[in-house]
Write a protein that binds this ligand. Structure first.
Ligand SMILES: *Cc1c(COP(=O)(O)O)cnc(C)c1O
Length: 333
């Protein structure tokens, strides 16, 4: 389907690779969400995935693929977020060492979670050093493979299994709404969803302060921006990828944005109405639908809740602040 580095057969292959390793996450509904959106809304709960985010799918698939084609000495990556934990667990499962390049000021919780999966952490100074360069140098010195967080065919194929699972259960979805950072999740989901149902519309959601994807679709080329200031730390990417952009350009119907306040409201909504902890980035797609940023009247709408990694102190700090919409003390579910 298209001249890209990823096709639907790669996603089927990834699904087979991940069977029994990644969770087939539940799809949940909420009457409060349906009422607020004026549609039938289905949440795919990747906040309940292993390592707390969908990133495990892409990381494991990419690593397994690399291991099948060469004898793999180890893996390097340069994320401080969910991809780091995903790579660390995948390497542990495949019995190879992992090196994660993280900034000196990375949150202690993320560092210890990553170390907990047995990965080696290499610190860098985010104001003086280039992490990609550092990771590349480390990889070639040790003979390790470098698996980046989104711009990699094996990663994109793995992320596509999220939508593949969803459309297997409900192939009459009118719309699938997906969080967008560098585009690995959205690109994979777009290929899988359009293959199952060509009439399913695809919409990506970015933080308002980091709308490089929206700008890129409009410009017809990859737009680079400064690191955006937003609580959605998994979507603080500065640009889409060489692999992800052409797929999004061809298959995605629209990219919309939400504010940080809308993300906080949505975190509160997920906790109050669905008893779920979802991290700010994980709320992007839900925030767009619940705040009318996408046209959804009387439709069947899929929403990816992409991750749930947030420590309780930070969660309480964000959700405790009184801003915007709240469902009221008694709840409405
Ligand atoms: C990485 C991440 C995203 C963005 O995924 P991309 O593939 O970079 O677009 C969204 N949500 C969460 C929770 C993430 O960890």
């Amino acid at each position: 389907m298209g001249p890209w580095s990823v096709g639907i057969e790669d996603i089927r292959d990834a699904r087979d690779t991940l069977t029994g390793l990644a969770h087939r996450t539940p799809i949940v509904t909420s009457r409060a969400a349906d009422e607020r959106a004026g549609s039938n809304v289905f949440f795919k709960c990747e906040n309940l995935q292993r390592t707390g985010a969908f990133k495990f799918r892409g990381a494991y698939n990419a690593l397994r693929k690399a291991q099948a084609s060469t004898s793999l000495a180890g893996v390097v990556t340069f994320s401080s977020g969910n991809h780091a934990q995903a790579i660390a667990l995948s390497a542990q499962l495949l019995g190879i060492p992992a090196v994660i390049v993280m900034p000196q000021d990375a949150p202690a919780g993320k560092v210890s979670a990553t170390q907990g999966y047995g990965a080696e952490i290499v610190r860098y100074d985010r104001y003086r050093e280039n992490r990609e360069q550092l990771a590349r140098t480390l990889a070639s010195k040790r003979g390790f493979v470098l698996i980046p967080p989104y711009d990699h065919p094996g990663v994109i194929a793995g992320q596509g299994t999220v939508a593949m699972e969803m459309l297997e259960e409900m192939n009459d979805l009118d719309l699938l709404v997906v969080p967008l950072g560098g585009g690995g999740l959205l690109a994979g989901c777009a290929i899988a969803a359009k293959a199952a149902n060509p009439d399913c519309r695809l919409v990506g959601v970015e933080p308002e302060s980091g709308n490089d994807g929206q700008q890129s679709l409009r410009a017809g080329s990859i737009v680079h921006i400064e690191t955006p200031r937003t609580i959605a730390d998994g979507a603080q990417t500065q640009h889409l990828g060489e692999h992800t952009f052409p797929i999004l350009q061809r298959l995605v119907d629209d990219i919309v944005t939400v504010t940080d306040d809308q993300l906080i409201d949505t975190m509160r909504f997920c906790a109050d109405s669905m008893s779920m902890v979802v991290e700010p980035t994980g709320c992007l797609a839900a925030a767009a639908v619940l705040n009318g940023r996408v046209e959804v009247k009387d439709q069947s709408v899929g929403i990816v809740l992409s991750g749930g990694n947030i420590d309780t102190a930070r969660f309480a700090q964000l959700v405790g602040a009184k801003t915007g919409w709240s469902p009221g003390r008694s709840g409405q579910a």
